[in-house]
Design a binder for this molecule. Structure first.
Ligand SMILES: Cc1cc2nc3c(=O)[nH]c(=O)nc-3n(C[C@H](O)[C@H](O)[C@H](O)COP(=O)(O)OP(=O)(O)OC[C@H]3O[C@@H](n4cnc5c(N)ncnc54)[C@H](O)[C@@H]3O)c2cc1C
Length: 515
């Protein structure tokens, strides 16, 4: 089973779930299929892949009581420890779901500057966030914490189960595992990484550029004193931006060095590859030995042509890949999940406005496009060629202007994102920073993943939407507009002071009122 049968859905009259956009797949007609022979719909959503994106999405869906099953092909969590940087917007999302304190216990805070193309500039002052730092944290730890959170909320996670096929019809998706088992759900989301099986089976194009440069990365012990390494690294990093040796504690170093031409990408790198490349670049192999793990990454840059085909969606690396420079991939995936979660839940709970689910692609595809572009630009700035080196020097000068530095940091940390919600004040479409409210902190009020009206006039009401949207009258003086409507992902959906206008926007984002 690897074909995908896409059909439009007949008009619903049960008021529970409707999906009028399923049928927008070009050239596909609705063909009524009898449900009599199909397995029961045991789940609302099956997620392929329990990486950071899949785990975050599962948790977001569970906030709305959606029945979620996560299928993960690996039997055990990843054994190697790659330190990743959680950027400001992701830290904010963790705070919005009450997870940040737990995560901070496992990471190291660093200033939110110096990571654009590794140009060493300090973070601009007064970044617009209560969490204006970078958190270095091992990727397996963040995945574990997100998975634990999703399970605590009621998600099921099955390890050692790889999705190998699926077929979608008018009511749901039949998902097949490699051992032949079939499971059925209303929706399937491929969070199964850059080589996504779901994306390939879906036949969604993944255009872009193949890898041109390869880099070796690993952790290992060294055989020379720290001072000797530090001096050599400083000298070499003047020219080779893709080279570093950083102490990692207990005699272990994180080693990054350009790779030689790779003949077989399926083969993992060896210690020999590291020693040879270190000798070529540095003239010494620093006596590296006893590797903890070794890996290789390229700079391929690709973006899925679409994020949704009928009842199957893509998120995270399954939808976009790019070089790890600037540390944005995991962040982008987690943010995809926070954008998609409440919309897919609304679709399943039956209150989603007709086009809500498609705003996932409309909002997130351009964001990924922008990340692909900025990583491409950063990779150019790491080149040792004279032209890019000259551009790097110019960029280094330009970043002394606060506005330039701030623009780049806001871009990479994703706090500069403004979704296009139409004409309106600059805040419309942006996320609102965590502010003090009478009840404590704003993000503390978003733990349940519901919408929120912040009403300084004291005369507006969420009325028939109170089952989906909370209402906070006279919240704070820190807000310099009369009223703000926040979506569950913390983005500003409306600003104003008129009840009718508010009702129109509540309908736009939260569907018909319950009463
Ligand atoms: C060297 C390096 C450094 C990086 N540093 C950073 C950083 O600092 N900050 C940052 O934000 N990002 C960083 N990244 C990128 C980040 O690691 C990825 O973007 C992130 O892991 C993507 O998460 P994901 O959940 O979308 O996919 P993945 O992490 O790839 O997870 C996909 C999951 O799906 C499972 N799976 C695959 N196929 C199937 C199937 N058929 N059925 C079921 N399960 C399946 C896999 O086993 C895996 O668990 C870095 C990447 C590299 C290579």
């Amino acid at each position: 089973m690897h074909s995908q049968q896409v059909t439009a859905e007949p008009p619903s009259n049960d008021g529970v779930e409707r999906d009028s956009t399923v049928g927008d797949v070009p050239g596909v007609l609705w063909s009524p299929v009898s449900g009599a022979d199909r397995a029961p719909l045991m789940f609302d959503v099956i997620i392929a892949g329990c990486g950071p994106t899949g785990a975050m999405l599962a948790a977001e869906l569970r906030l709305h009581d959606v029945r979620v099953l996560v299928l993960e092909k690996e039997t055990e969590p990843a054994s190697f420890v790659r330190i990743v940087g959680l950027h400001i917007r992701s830290l904010e999302l963790m705070a919005m779901r009450g997870l940040l304190d737990r995560i901070l216990d496992h990471g190291r805070q660093r200033p939110a500057g110096g990571f654009f193309a590794a140009i060493p500039k300090p973070a601009p002052k007064g970044l617009d966030s209560a969490y204006a730092y970078l958190l270095g944290i091992p990727q397996p730890v963040i995945v574990h914490l997100l998975e634990e959170h999703a399970i605590a909320l009621g998600a099921q996670v099955r390890r050692g189960c790889a999705v190998s096929g699926f077929e979608q019809d008018d009511e749901g998706v039949t998902v097949e595992l490699t051992d032949g088992e079939q499971l059925r759900s209303r929706y399937l989301v491929g969070c199964d990484g850059g080589r996504s099986t779901v994306r390939k089976l879906l036949g969604v194009g993944f255009p872009g550029a193949p890898s041109r440069t390869e880099t070796l990365m690993g952790e290992m012990e060294v055989g020379v004193p720290q001072e000797e390494i530090a001096a050599k690294v400083t000298e070499l990093r003047e020219i080779h931006q893709r080279f570093w040796l950083r102490p990692f504690g207990e005699g272990v170093y994180s080693v990054v060095v350009p790779a030689a031409r790779v003949s077989d990408r399926a083969k993992p790198p060896t210690l020999d590859d590291f020693t040879q490349q270190l000798r070529t670049i540095a003239g010494t192999d620093f006596g590296v030995h006893s590797p903890r793990w070794m890996s290789r990454f390229g700079d391929a840059t690709r973006l899925a042509e679409r994020y949704r085909v009928g009842r199957v969606l893509l998120a995270g690396d399954a939808a976009h890949i790019h070089p790890p420079i600037g540390g944005q991939g995991l962040n982008l995936g987690v943010q995809d999940a926070s954008n998609l979660g409440w919309k897919l839940a609304a679709q399943i709970r039956g209150w989603a406005p007709e086009t809500l689910l498609d705003t996932y692609q409309a909002e997130r595809h351009p964001v990924a496009e922008d990340v692909l572009d900025n990583t491409r630009a950063q990779m150019e700035l790491l080149s040792t060629e004279p032209g890019p080196q000259a551009v790097r020097r110019l960029f280094t000068e330009l970043m002394d202007f606060d506005e330039v530095n701030r623009y780049l940091i806001e871009k990479i940390t994703a706090i500069g994102i403004r979704y296009d919600f139409g004409e309106g004040p600059d805040l419309l479409g942006r996320r609102l920073r965590d502010i003090d409210v009478k009840q404590g902190r704003l993000y503390g009020l978003l733990h349940r993943g519901r919408g929120l009206l912040l009403d300084r006039t004291g005369r507006l009401t969420v009325g028939g939407w109170s089952d989906r949207v909370d209402d906070l009258a006279d919240p704070t003086a820190a807000l310099d507009v009369p009223c703000v409507l926040l979506r569950p992902d913390g983005h500003v959906a409306w600003i104003g002071d008129d009840q009718q206008d508010l009702d129109d926007h509540l309908s736009r984002w939260f569907g018909k009122p319950a009463n």
